[in-house]
Design a protein around this ligand. Structure first.
Ligand SMILES: [Zn+2]
Length: 163
């Protein structure tokens, strides 16, 4: 095989690959790749490139005490939720969840903790689900008593109260 950078010859190896990700260095071992000793670049097969980014995402997660993509998927599945339901529950836009789960995007520390909370603390999920449902209606009901003009055109005011 020929190096696409300099035309030198490539050498097959299993040596650790050192890569930079988000300004940090990671060393990944166990991936077959082809090194050019003339210019120092390397090449790998498409499936091994996917494996490399997966392993780097896992190492990054471990180093920053974040759930790995597989752990996020596991947490979601243990709750019996689809990716869209999970996004709604967390209050994040779509397709954030699938990006987390395939390692394309790293979850923030606060979302990471929210996921752990929902997956591990009984009642946390139900609390968030309730929060999602009551928000607008009860907020408006609470506003009415403080706006006299609105109150006067709301004959059923007494029945608006939430349980
Ligand atoms: Zn080269």
């Amino acid at each position: 095989m020929i190096c696409s950078e300099c035309g030198g010859s490539l050498r097959e190896t299993m040596e650790p690959i050192v890569e930079e990700y988000r300004g940090e260095r990671f060393s990944v071992s166990g991936i077959r790749h082809y090194v050019c000793d003339s210019c120092g670049s390397y090449e790998l097969l498409a499936e091994d490139a996917d494996l490399l980014s997966q392993k780097i995402a896992d190492q990054y997660a471990a180093r920053h005490e974040l759930l790995t993509p597989a752990e996020i998927r596991g947490a979601r599945k243990s709750l019996g939720l689809t990716q869209i339901e999970f996004e709604r529950l967390l209050g994040v836009s779509s397709p954030t969840c699938s990006r987390w789960e395939n390692g394309a995007v790293q979850q923030s520390k606060s979302n990471d903790r929210l996921i752990r909370l929902i997956a591990n603390v009984p009642g946390a999920r139900e609390y968030l689900e309730r929060l999602g449902k009551v928000s607008t209606a009860s907020y408006e009901a609470q506003l009415i008593p403080f706006v006299p003009s609105v109150r006067s055109v709301t004959p059923d005011f007494e029945n608006i109260k939430e349980g």
